[in-house]
Design a protein. Structure first.
Length: 564
């Protein structure tokens, strides 16, 4: 059914407001896991047409998945083959700090953490406009009714009362600028999933959005980014013959005082990149990054290699968000609504946590919907309360991951340690929980949420130590989260989890499990070293980096760029 032919005065079991990555993922997951919904019982409302011909609205911050979100898209949404055929692969996260802020012409000018092998769980880079356009066609074939229009009024009501949505329908034109208002129609639903992004359809009507830094661990950040195509790939060639991962297809992060920059490949054949800066407003004003000329001047003086990559290609578009972070009071409401994706929370794209939150929100929504449709009110209520607590805890942790970034990002010693320790929490706690689907268990979800303050307290103590190290100008070494050899048993974060014993991570908080893992992987490392004695490996490069890093001293100064 075409968008303009969507029926008026229709009732739906679920209406998803917003046809971006979060809304489309929620709709597809519902239809895959609850087949009875395929008979036009789910609707999506979005002001963008199914043609997706509005560059100004279709491009978002961040296009990268990690293990959790990669599994969600590949397995839960059954898009494994689609992703392999249509989206670039992702070979881990890599982090780069200039050895000298004034010399950044090539990758040899950086201290870097390089991925050394293909990941155990495949993740993907995402061209958001492309995957959203394709997902629209998929969900319509599954039975979703797509309303191309703007939500004008919403009567949310209380409890199980019917919700009413007033829609201004829009014409579907070849050019977005030519679309025209058509008739206004009204539809009803039992449940609203708000994935409207920063339009906050539910949030603004319920005073649910929290933007003040006091609710965000003090976070005040902003972002500027662009897309560039047909770049010269050779400008980023820094490969080691013993490495099996592709460094070009990793998500690469470049650091400086109070900011970090992402470089994400979003197309293979034409070598397209998303390149953008996330910066902290206590260090920089948005006016310093509010034009293409200023952004390029900043890169030319502070991250020259990225400037060269952009100059080698053709810029597609340029965007900025002067204010980035926000969260919500409620995520799953007793009044039969939920907020998903950016309509729920966004903090910083540093670890690609936005896609992780979407994965867990969508799965919780589907689980809740199963029990609601079955008429089990008690089970539904238990899950609504538990899932709301759990998603709030996850978002709180993701928010806390960015705390003190403004002071730590540019310091290679401190920030490499932060990445290392924060990887322990992800690979040791959150990933095993997702693998076991424990987040869908109300008991686990509740206990996880109620004990989350312990993790926050631990992280606050860790950040306090790092603040002291930073203030004293100490060099505490350079940690590489991809490698062993730095701690007892040559253990590293990316080898810390396993499928069969995942539950022990939560109940024993990594004590016995971590010791066993250290021993196991330490023995594997020693055996590997014995069998490859005298063979040159990527560790040779790493060892040289460690030796060179002994003389590292953090320079907390940005190289000035042209004033505008």
């Amino acid at each position: 059914m075409s968008a303009t032919a969507a029926p008026p005065n229709k009732h739906y079991d679920v209406v998803v407001i917003g046809g971006g990555i979060a809304g489309l993922s929620a709709a597809r997951h519902l239809l895959l896991k609850i087949p009875e919904l395929r008979d036009k019982r789910v609707a999506i409302i979005d002001p963008r047409s199914t043609l997706r011909n509005n560059l100004a609205e279709d491009y978002k911050v961040g296009e990268s998945t990690v293990e959790i979100s990669g599994m969600f898209f590949a397995k839960e949404l059954e898009l494994q083959d689609y992703l392999i055929e249509n989206q670039p692969p992702k070979f881990s996260l890599q982090f780069h700090w200039p050895k000298d802020n004034k010399k950044t012409d090539s990758m040899s000018d950086y201290y870097s953490t390089w991925a050394i092998k293909n990941p155990d769980i495949q993740a993907f880079q995402l061209n958001r406009s492309k995957i959203e356009k394709d997902l629209i066609q998929m969900v319509q074939k599954q039975g979703v009714v797509y309303y191309h229009g703007r939500v004008k009024e919403v009567d949310i009501g209380k409890g199980d009362s019917i919700k009413t949505i007033d829609i201004q329908m829009l014409s579907e034109e070849d050019r977005f600028e030519d679309q025209k208002p058509l008739e206004r129609i009204t539809i009803t639903t039992d449940y609203i999933a708000d994935a409207s992004g920063r339009n906050f359809i539910i949030g603004t009507r319920t005073d649910n959005v929290l933007k003040d830094p006091k609710y965000l661990f003090g976070l005040q950040n902003a972002s500027t980014w662009l897309r560039v195509k047909n770049t010269d790939k050779s400008l980023f060639e820094f490969n080691d013959p013993s490495v099996t991962a592709s460094w070009y297809y990793a998500t690469n992060h470049f650091f400086g005082p109070g900011y970090w920059i992402w470089m994400i490949p979003i197309e293979r054949g034409s070598h397209d990149f998303s390149i953008g800066v996330s910066y902290h407003r206590d260090k920089y004003e948005p006016s310093e990054f509010n034009s293409m000329e200023k952004f390029m001047s900043f890169l030319e003086n502070n991250q020259k290699i990225l400037y060269n990559i952009i100059k080698s290609g053709e810029v597609v578009d340029f965007h900025r968000w002067p204010r980035l972070a926000h969260t919500s009071k409620t995520f799953f409401s007793e009044d039969n609504w939920a907020v998903l994706g950016d309509a729920a929370a966004i903090f910083d794209p540093f670890y690609s946590t936005g896609m992780v939150m979407i994965a867990m929100e969508c799965e919780c929504l589907t689980e809740l919907t199963k029990h609601r449709l079955a008429g089990n009110s008690e089970a539904t209520k238990v899950r609504q309360v538990a899932f709301d607590k759990f998603i709030r805890a996850i978002t709180q942790t993701n928010n806390h991951l960015i705390k003190s970034h403004s002071d730590h990002l540019g310091n290679a010693s401190i920030m490499s340690w932060r990445v290392y320790v924060e990887s322990l929490g992800y690979f040791g706690i959150l990933l095993p929980a997702y693998l076991g689907k424990y987040h869908l268990c109300p008991v686990f979800a509740t206990e996880f949420a109620e004990n989350n303050y312990r993790l926050i307290e631990f992280r606050d103590r860790m950040l306090g130590v790092m603040d002291y190290i930073n203030e004293q100008g100490l060099n505490v070494g350079f940690m590489d989260n991809h490698r062993g050899g730095q701690l007892l048993g040559r253990w590293c974060p990316t080898s810390s989890w396993d499928y069969d014993k995942a539950i022990t991570v939560y109940f024993q908080w990594m004590m016995g499990h971590t010791l066993k893992t250290i021993t196991y992987h330490g023995m594997k490392s020693w055996y590997h070293d014995f069998m490859h004695m005298g063979v040159s490996t990527s560790d040779d490069y790493f060892d040289r980096t460690m030796k060179e890093f002994e003389n590292y001293s953090y320079n907390n100064e940005v190289v000035p760029w042209k004033s505008m």
